[in-house]
Design a protein around this ligand. Structure first.
Ligand SMILES: NC(=O)c1ccc[n+]([C@@H]2O[C@H](COP(=O)([O-])OP(=O)(O)OC[C@H]3O[C@@H](n4cnc5c(N)ncnc54)[C@H](OP(=O)(O)O)[C@@H]3O)[C@@H](O)[C@H]2O)c1
Length: 269
C-alpha cells in the first residue's frame, strides 16, 4: 500500500477502511454491537492496514477483537479513533484523559496511531483547550499523532495559530457534489493532510454516469475513479463496504493515472 508522510514524519496508508456500521446488528449505524468481525477480517486479508473507528461508533472493541484475531503484527497497522466533541468526553482534562484511556482499552492497544477531535467544539478556545491535552498525550506516548475532523477554515486557522503540534490530518466529507475544495486547499497549504470521509456515498446518478465513462477507458468503475482522483491530489480515502468485492475493487486503483482533462471534468462534478 502506498503511503503519505504526515507532518511529523509518520507514514499513513493512502487508503483505509471506514468502519462506522461494522460489528453492528443489521449493519445499522445505530444497531447494537454484535462483535461481527467479518468485514474487518476480509479487509485485513485484502491488505487494508488503516482502520478508521471512533468512540461514537461504539465499535472500537470490535476493531480490537479483529486485530487480535488477525494475528497481524501491530506495527503494520495504522489505527485511527476519535474523541466525540461532547461534554461527557471533553468537559475537562480528566474527561479527555478518560476517553483516550477507554479507547486504548477497547482497542487493546498501547498506543493509537492517529486520534482525531471528531467535530469542532462550540468555540475556538475550547478546541485549543482539548487540543492541549491531546498534545500532552502524544508526549506521554499514548497517541502517536493527533488531528481534527470536520474543521472549517476558520476553526483550523485558529488552532494552527495556537497549537504546539500541528494537526496531521483534517478528516472531512468530500465526494462529487461536495468536494469541499476550499478547506482542502487551506489544509494542503498548511501541511495538514486531508482525509475524505463518505468518499463514495451520496454520489448522484449524473455524476456516476460521467465517472463511469471516464473509468471505461481504464476498465474502472465510477467509485474507483473517485478514489483515484482523491489520492492523485494527495487526499487520503477511507471508503467502507460490507461487500468483499467492493472492498477489493476499492484497492484496485493503483494501476492507472487520470489525465489533467479528466481531473478537470471530475473537479466540476
Ligand atoms: N469524521 C466524520 O465525521 C465521519 C463521518 C462519516 C463517516 N466517517 C468515516 O468514513 C467512513 C466512510 O464513510 P461512509 O461509510 O459514510 O461512506 P462511504 O464509505 O463513502 O460509502 C459507503 C457506501 O458505499 C458503498 N460502496 C463502497 N464501495 C463501493 C464501490 N466500490 N462501489 C459501489 N458502492 C460502494 C457501500 O455499499 P456496500 O456495503 O454495498 O458495498 C456503502 O453503502 C466511515 O465508515 C467512517 O469510518 C467519518
Amino acid at each position: 500500500m502506498q503511503t503519505f508522510t504526515l507532518n511529523k514524519g509518520l507514514r499513513i496508508p493512502v487508503m483505509g477502511t471506514g468502519t462506522n456500521t461494522y460489528g453492528k446488528v443489521n449493519r445499522d449505524y445505530m444497531g447494537d454491537i454484535n462483535n461481527d468481525t467479518t468485514e474487518l477480517e476480509s479487509a485485513f486479508a485484502l491488505g487494508y492496514t488503516l482502520i478508521d473507528t471512533a468512540i461514537s461508533y461504539r465499535n472500537e472493541g470490535v476493531v480490537g477483537l479483529a486485530i487480535k484475531r488477525s494475528g497481524l503484527d501491530r506495527d503494520t497497522l495504522f489505527i485511527t479513533s476519535k474523541i466525540p466533541a461532547d461534554d461527557l468526553h471533553t468537559k475537562d482534562e480528566a474527561c479527555i484523559r478518560r476517553a483516550v484511556n477507554e479507547s486504548l482499552k477497547a482497542l487493546d492497544l498501547d498506543v493509537i496511531d492517529l486520534y482525531l477531535l471528531h467535530r469542532p467544539l462550540e468555540n475556538n478556545e475550547d478546541n485549543v483547550r482539548v487540543w492541549t491535552v491531546l498534545e500532552a498525550l502524544v508526549q506521554e506516548g499514548k497517541l502517536r499523532s493527533i488531528g481534527v475532523s470536520n474543521f472549517d477554515v476558520n476553526q483550523l486557522d485558529y488552532l494552527l495559530k495556537h497549537c504546539t503540534l500541528i494537526p496531521v490530518v483534517n478528516q472531512i466529507e468530500s465526494h462529487p457534489g461536495l468536494w469541499n475544495d476550499e478547506i482542502i486547499e487551506f489544509c494542503q497549504k498548511n501541511n495538514v493532510f486531508v482525509e475524505a470521509w463518505g468518499p463514495v456515498k451520496k454520489v448522484s446518478d449524473e455524476a456516476k454516469f460521467v465517472l463511469d465513462s471516464i473509468g471505461s477507458k481504464y476498465g474502472k468503475t465510477w467509485a474507483q475513479v473517485i478514489l483515484r482522483y482523491q489520492i492523485e491530489r494527495n487526499v487520503i480515502v477511507i471508503p467502507k463496504s460490507h461487500k468483499v468485492d467492493n472492498q477489493k475493487a476499492n484497492l484496485e486503483i493503483f494501476d492507472f493515472n487520470l489525465t489533467s482533462e479528466e481531473k478537470t471534468l471530475i473537479q466540476k462534478l
